[in-house]
Ligand binder design. Structure first.
Ligand code: ADP
Length: 866
């Protein structure tokens, strides 16, 4: 061997590492998974474990670290959370097999058995119970974006398509923990996993889906476009790759129709803090404040409902009807929640079982979950006053009688998570298994009897029969009595001498022990065979079980929403078609809860937008409650369209097709890009996408730049929203000057949050009132915030000077009086452009001499400027 050639083990490692690509390679060596080279450095840092080294490669020591196999799951979880992906290389033969194959020095064969990635987890320990774990695939087919998403822990799969500018919003809604996209696509989302282009082909997707579901056409599942199927191809191919050919549970795909859900882009979602708060966690988010679900599956469904509120009044009212029924009947609600609370996570247990990673305990969970579902069914079916929407889910709760029966007979009451020790098949299920157990039980008793007999025979009362993994059963006596058993005619054979004891075997003991080993082995094999068969039953019923799980989650969501509404005195919203928003006594659920903890009261406020008064400018001091008011109304719309009660005394909500929320850049300093640029990009999106059915909240837009720039932009944006988009809008601003917009914009009105100065102190009332804000109270807020008195005093004198100047010149907004109306100004600009276009279109360029062309250019330029 040349000095630099890798050892056979290293050669094997490097070949596997090549297959693993950019995944960390967990290389199995005995009881450890070892990592080498850069993988070791990354893992050591993320996991905070020791980095050592081993041998050398290319003249340098090889960095190495390792984790014990028995606790690998915890380490995997941390690596995945840190954004890593891991390939697991196992030993695929025993050392004995390797020796037989290649002699005494043969290396044990290893292979990658599985990839562990954020989007493809099924292990209970690696998943968060109250969060769906979504894997998404996205690609473009002839200008249309196709998206495929699935949660392989429960098998749900959804396909959709959208325009390229809606891709961000769609991905934001899905909230995938992993996204795969074609490797050659330059518009691929950032941080996605690149995958070969060819897997994103619609015929590939179609073929794969047909194969997964054993059908010859997908028509029975719905209509899928080419873009959807191409994305599905990318998704299923990736799952196949990650599972090394073993596919997880996949339910038939569902096509998500465009427009059935309220559109919200990423910026809106994060500013409304729907599923995660600005701190990046669930704490302080909307979902945390309203989630009263008693099952993980319910919590996941609620999060999905909040991510994708509906736009169809009928569908919303169906959800509301159920919530309302449960709201009005606390006893029934308590009973239902009592049953649900004890439920195992049916969907995820099914996911593990179908993926081939199920345990006897998972089967036990299916049994318990399905029979409890039946109990819930009976409870609800007995109610004659049940609302109509409940009838749609009721049948899914029942119908597993045969499976429950089988599992009840076959499994012990609390089956273990491990299969290797057996003891999960119930007695009485299989007579031959019982017989094997009886034989081994008899043998155990016989061994106990032997112990007494040997004590009698030898007269050594300290004699014991013991068992360990190496010797099996043996007889042990203290060293001082050993001689008696050592005698050739004693009937005992010596096995081992220890410090204070000597160990023996005997023929009768050996016979009984063999009987135990043999029947035990047969019993294990029999249990294993039963297990496979029980799993096959679940696999055959997977769709029905999944729909039971979905029905349970739906009922949990409704009961949880009802519970939350009862707890907070919330109201049933009325959903209508007209573009209005009438909310009386509205509250912000998260702020209200936070104030409640401190023993403070939330001041409820009304909102009344309609087609004659659709844009409210909200002024008033900082900290006065403007943002809170804006957001509470957006959240109320969202909650209502998600099918829940709302934190208000009453609410009439004209259906919203798109919801936008923007916060002035100063609040978002943590972001990477120039904050003002971000603010403008986001504002531009609203101006191009908001329709007459949309609802927009704009919080201090324009704040991120100089006063003049900011005011001008805020002015122009407000005008455009008013006259072009014509959507409902709440616009918070501290620019007094904007109040002059009320003079020209008919459907705009002025409001402010009230404040009073009392004995030199500022009192914020958090109460919304009509009319413009009287003054800005900036200095009073600064004092409230603890800015030192001399600084406040100095600021006061600067302010006085500025205000004097303002009085003399007409102020910041001087000169706006002769500003043409917004619509007129736009028309004028467009006219000019049109004249130019006409002239250009009429040109015959080939007929122009260079001199004429130059003249013409001068003329066109003059026209454009004129
Ligand atoms: P602004 O946008 O005007 O600067 P915020 O909406 O951020 O003000 O409110 C500042 C603080 O005032 C909030 O964090 C909350 O503690 C309190 N607050 C806001 N609205 C209310 C209300 N309606 N009732 C009680 N307290 C409120």
């Amino acid at each position: 061997m040349t000095p630099n050639a890798p050892t056979p083990m290293m050669a094997q490692y490097l070949a596997l590492k090549q297959q693993a690509g950019d995944c960390l390679l967990f290389y199995r060596m005995g009881d450890f998974f070892e990592l080498f080279f850069d993988d070791a450095k990354i893992a050591a840092q993320v996991l905070d474990i020791a980095l050592t080294s081993r041998g050398e490669h290319g003249g340098a020591p090889i960095p190495m670290c390792g984790v014990p196999v028995h606790s690998a799951e915890g380490y995997l979880a941390r690596l995945i959370r840190a954004g890593c992906r891991v390939a697991i290389a196992e030993q695929v033969e025993t050392p004995e097999e390797a020796k037989k194959r290649g002699g005494s020095k043969a290396l044990v064969a290893r292979d990658i058995v599985r990839f562990v990635t954020a989007g493809t987890l099924t292990e209970e320990a690696l998943l968060e119970p109250r969060r769906a774990n979504v894997l998404a695939a996205v690609c473009e087919v002839r200008g249309v974006i196709g998206l495929a998403a699935c949660d392989i822990s429960t098998g749900r799969m959804e396909l959709e398509e959208c325009a390229p500018d809606q891709m961000g919003a769609a991905l934001a809604r899905l909230g995938a923990s992993e996204v795969v996209a074609p490797d050659s696509w330059d518009q691929a989302p950032v941080d996605c996993v690149p995958r070969p282009n060819r897997s994103f082909a619609s015929d590939e997707g179609e073929t794969r889906l047909k194969a997964v579901h054993g059908v010859s056409t997908l028509d029975g599942f719905g209509q899928f476009s080419r873009a959807m199927l191409a994305a599905a191809g990318g998704l299923v191919t990736y799952l196949d790759h990650v599972g090394r050919g073993a596919l997880p549970l996949l339910l038939p795909p569902v096509a998500r129709e465009a427009g059935t859900h309220m559109a919200m882009d990423e910026a809106t979602r994060s500013s409304l803090e729907i599923l995660v708060s600005s701190g990046g966690t669930r704490r302080g988010s909307l979902v945390e404040t309203i989630d009263r679900c008693v099952t993980g599956a319910g919590a996941r469904q609620l999060a999905e409902d909040l991510s994708a509120p509906l736009t169809d009044a009928r569908a919303i009212n169906r959800r509301l009807e159920l919530v309302s029924w449960l709201h009005d009947d606390p006893l029934l609600r308590g009973d239902i929640r009592g049953i649900l609370r004890a439920l195992p996570d049916l969907g995820r247990a099914l996911g593990r079982v179908v993926a081939g990673r199920g345990s006897p305990r998972d089967l036990g969970q299916l049994r318990d979950g399905l029979s409890e579902a039946r109990r819930l069914h009976d409870l609800l079916a007995a109610r004659t006053d049940r609302p109509e929407p409940l009838d749609a889910v009721l049948p899914s709760l029942a119908g597993h009688g045969a499976l429950c029966d089988l599992y009840s007979r076959a499994l012990v009451p609390a089956p273990p998570t491990e299969r290797s020790q057996g003891a999960y098949i119930a007695e009485g299920y299989d007579a031959s298994l019982d017989e094997l157990r009886r034989v081994s039980g008899n043998a155990r008793r016989a061994i106990a009897a032997l112990e007494a007999k040997y004590r009698d025979d030898t007269g050594i009362s300290a004699l014991k029969i013991r068992h360990n993994g190496v010797l099996g059963y043996f007889i042990e006596v203290p060293a001082k009595h050993a001689d008696r058993l050592m005698a050739p005619e004693s009937g005992f054979t010596h096995r081992q001498t220890m410090a204070g004891a000597v160990r023996f075997n005997a023929l009768a003991l050996h016979e009984e022990a063999s009987r135990i080993a043999e029947s035990g082995g047969h019993a294990l094999a029999a249990e294993e065979a039963h297990f496979e068969e029980l799993v096959a039953h679940a696999v055959r019923a997977k769709e029905a079980i999944a729909s039971t799980a979905a029905a349970l989650a739906r009922i949990d969501v409704a009961a949880g929403q009802a519970e939350r509404a009862a707890e907070g005195g919330w109201a049933l919203p009325r959903v209508v078609d007209e573009p209005c928003l009438e909310i009386t006594g509205g509250r912000h659920p998260v702020v209200e809860a936070a104030l409640g903890v401190r023993g403070e009261r939330f001041v409820a406020n009304d909102c009344a937008l309609n087609s004659q008064d659709r844009l409210w400018l909200v002024g008033g001091p900082n900290m006065g409650g403007k943002s809170t008011f804006l957001r509470q109304n957006a959240l109320i719309v969202l909650l209502a369209q998600a099918g829940g009660f709302v934190p208000a005394q009453g609410a009439t909500i004209g259906l919203v097709d798109r919801l936008f929320s923007r916060v002035g850049a100063a609040d978002n300093l943590a972001r990477g890009r120039s904050t003002f640029m971000v603010e403008m990009v986001e504002t531009a999106a609203i101006l191009s996408q908001a329709t007459e059915r949309s609802f927009v909240i704009l919080d201090e837009v324009g704040r991120g730049t100089s006063t003049y720039d900011g005011l001008s932009l805020a002015w122009a944006v407000a005008e455009a929203i008013h006259s072009i988009n014509r959507c409902r809008c709440l616009f918070a601003t501290h620019y007094h000057e904007l109040s002059r917009l009320a003079e020209t914009c008919d459907s705009l009105s002025l409001h402010h949050v009230r404040a009073r100065e009392w004995k030199g102190d500022l009192v914020l009332l958090h109460e919304l009132a009509e009319g413009p804000a009287d003054k800005s109270y900036g200095l009073a807020v600064a004092r409230l915030a603890g800015v030192p008195a001399p600084v406040i005093k100095r600021a006061k004198s600067v302010l006085e000077k500025l205000e004097k100047g303002r009085a003399a010149t007409g102020g910041l907004a001087a000169g706006l009086d002769d500003l043409p109306l917004f619509a007129a100004a736009i028309e004028a600009a467009e006219e000019k452009v049109d004249a130019l276009r006409e002239r250009l279109n009429g040109l015959d360029i080939d007929a122009l001499s260079p001199r004429e062309a130059l003249d013409l250019l001068y003329q066109l330029k003059a026209q454009a400027n004129g």
